[in-house]
Structure formats: structure tokens, C-alpha cells
Design a protein around this ligand. Structure first.
Ligand code: ADP
Ligand code: MG
Length: 328
């Protein structure tokens, strides 16, 4: 089973940023409103994610580390319409097979009023103190597999990937506050936008996570077609140069790399950019969960639309409209 976990780890855990992605997924699934990410050594020495979600009851702590133990799916029907980020029950087991993992949690329902820490390697459980929520600490990634550790890049590069992983989540969840620390220094703090009306909340979060200049260089996108709802920001053609790294697409709150969406975006820009560039965008697509399969890739970064043609058409059309409309 340890071997199977390690193989699964190869698919799910590629570098520290993959750990960040999985742990933040879990924090959001647990209903966190504040997510704090603490890193050391670019995330290679430490990734710790602290949340104020519902927590894990003491007796379920060992289960959280077991392969295929998920509290999120009960039957195949739910797998069809999965709304949570995680659903395979694989991430923590995989991470624990390639790093030193410690879980500390206090459940909202705990009657002992106490938090508990579980050391994954030894199985030791000891009382701890913390408010309701969970902290997962992952130390020394790939310490037992030096060959894989060797493939990691410099600390600075791994750190940049970790930050990008948090940014991807942050752009999907403006109502959640995110903080990123590296070796005791606060690198980013993106406050919750709950006090703002929804449209302002989204652009505030984009401004915080991508910069005011990014928002100023964009045009708003909005479209609805049946159960499909699209909104977002796309860069104005004249500002499109050199922003290829700023392409964020979300399907039902999940960050995706999707060929259908990417192609629709390029098609919309075709007339104005003459095939030159990769335009920057942040697009949020809401679609009936049954019309999209998220179970195609171990890291859930790819999706498959039941009606890809319809998605392509809505995205391309909405962008063409946005590009044709001069900025007010
Ligand atoms: P999955 O997210 O696919 O269920 P994971 O391996 O990521 O699988 O997590 C296993 C289980 O551990 C989750 O189903 C959940 O019950 C629990 N868990 C993990 N992280 C947290 C957290 N931050 N807060 C509450 N529960 C958590
Ligand atoms: Mg998970």
C-alpha cells in the first residue's frame, strides 16, 4: 500500500506547489474563511497550511491519511456532480508517502474542547492547542526519494510556483482571505472581500492578486446561456503583449487548463491580434456539474465538457462582444 501511495504521489505530487494546491483545496472544502500558507526553503523544507474550517474529529485524524478515505463522496451518483475540490481521498496519503506529515486539528464538534496532533510516520496522537480548524504541515518533500528531490528547481523557482498555486485558488474565492509567508516574512495578503458587492469583490481580488495595472488593462466579460454563466476580465488587445502567464480559467470554481476555453479565447482575439499573442484573461465559468467531467486527470486540472461546442461558442461570443465594446 505504501508503494501504491508512492505511485499515486508521483501523479499528484510533483513539487512543493502540488502540496500547496492539495492542502488549500482541503482547507476550502472544509469551509475555511482564512487560509494561511507558511513556507520554508521554497516549500521544499516546509509547506504548512492553516485554516479555520470545520476541523477533523480526533477519531478521524488517522482516516484522513488513508488512501481512498474521503469524507466527501458517498456514492457514484455524487461523483457525477462533485462540487468539492477533492474527492479521491488520495492527496494526503500520497503526500505522507513522500514527506513528513503532521496533522493538527480541532473539530467544531469536539466535546473535549481540545485540538489533536497526529504524526503521520509514527501514528502518535497527542493533545494540542489551537482554535477550530486544521493545520497540515509537510516537511522535507521527497526526503526518502533523493532522485525525485533532485528534479526540483531552485528554492526561488519552487517558491514562485507555490505562490502561483495559492493565487489560482485566491482568484476563485474572493470571500476567503489568503496569506502567504516564507521563512517568517509575509509575502502576500489578500483580504476577504465579503464587505463588497459581488462585482466589486471579484475585481478587488483580481487587483490584489494580479495588480491594479492588470485590472486597468482589462475589459469585463459577461454572458449567460441556459445553465451556463460566464464572467471575467480579458486584457485589451493593445495591452496584450507579454502577458501570456496571466491566463486563468475556472470551471465551477476549479482552476482548469482547458483547450476548448483557450481556443475560444484565441478565436475571439484573432481579428484584433492577428494570431500574434497569448492574451491574458481571468474567466469564471459556471455550468451544470453534470455537464462537465472533472474526473479525467489526477490533479483535476483538466475537465471534459459534455457539450464542448456550446462552451466554445458562449466563450468566443462573449469575448468578441467585450472586445467590440469600447471601455467606458
Ligand atoms: P479528498 O480531499 O479527496 O477527500 P484528501 O487526501 O485530500 O482527500 O483528504 C482526506 C480527508 O481528510 C478529507 O476527505 C477530509 O475528510 C480530511 N481533511 C483533509 N484536510 C482537511 C482540512 N483542512 N479540514 C478538514 N478536513 C480535512
Ligand atoms: Mg483533498
Amino acid at each position: 500500500d505504501d508503494l501504491i501511495s508512492q505511485i499515486a504521489a508521483g501523479e499528484v505530487v510533483e513539487r512543493p506547489a502540488s502540496v500547496v494546491r492539495e492542502l488549500v483545496d482541503n482547507a476550502l472544502d472544509a469551509g475555511a474563511r482564512h487560509v494561511t500558507v507558511r513556507l520554508a526553503g521554497g516549500g521544499i523544507r516546509l509547506v504548512a497550511v492553516e485554516d479555520d474550517g470545520v476541523g477533523i474529529p480526533r477519531e478521524e485524524l488517522p482516516l484522513a491519511l488513508q488512501r481512498h478515505a474521503t469524507s466527501k463522496i458517498r456514492d457514484l451518483d455524487e461523483l457525477e456532480a462533485v462540487a468539492t475540490m477533492g474527492f479521491r481521498g488520495e492527496a494526503l496519503a500520497a503526500i505522507a508517502s513522500v514527506a513528513e506529515v503532521t496533522l493538527t486539528s480541532r473539530s467544531a464538534e469536539a466535546t473535549d474542547g481540545c485540538a489533536w496532533t497526529l504524526e503521520a510516520a509514527s501514528g502518535e496522537l497527542r493533545p494540542a492547542a489551537r482554535p477550530v480548524g486544521t493545520t497540515v504541515e509537510v516537511r522535507e518533500l521527497f526526503f526518502r526519494t533523493p532522485a525525485r528531490r533532485k528534479f526540483l528547481k531552485s528554492e526561488a523557482t519552487e517558491l514562485a510556483h507555490c505562490i502561483e498555486a495559492v493565487r489560482r485558488h485566491a482568484l476563485a474565492r474572493p470571500e476567503v482571505a489568503f496569506a502567504i509567508w516564507h521563512e517568517g516574512r509575509l509575502l502576500h495578503h489578500w483580504p476577504a472581500t465579503t464587505a463588497l458587492v459581488p462585482e466589486l469583490a471579484w475585481s478587488r481580488r483580481v487587483a490584489d492578486a494580479l495588480g491594479d495595472e492588470f485590472v486597468e488593462a482589462t475589459l469585463p466579460v459577461q454572458a449567460e446561456a441556459g445553465p451556463l454563466r460566464l464572467r471575467g476580465l480579458i486584457v485589451q488587445p493593445q495591452a496584450a503583449r507579454g502577458r501570456a502567464d496571466r491566463q486563468f480559467a475556472y470551471v465551477n470554481g476549479r482552476y482548469v487548463r482547458d483547450k476548448v476555453i483557450a481556443h475560444a479565447v484565441r478565436s475571439a482575439y484573432d481579428d484584433v491580434l492577428h494570431g500574434q499573442l497569448q492574451p491574458a484573461y481571468v474567466l469564471w465559468l459556471q455550468i451544470d456539474p453534470r455537464a462537465v467531467d472533472v474526473n479525467v486527470h489526477p490533479t483535476k486540472i483538466e475537465v471534459r465538457f459534455r457539450d464542448a461546442g456550446a462552451v466554445h461558442q458562449v466563450v468566443q461570443h462573449a469575448l468578441e462582444q467585450a472586445l467590440a465594446r469600447p471601455r467606458a
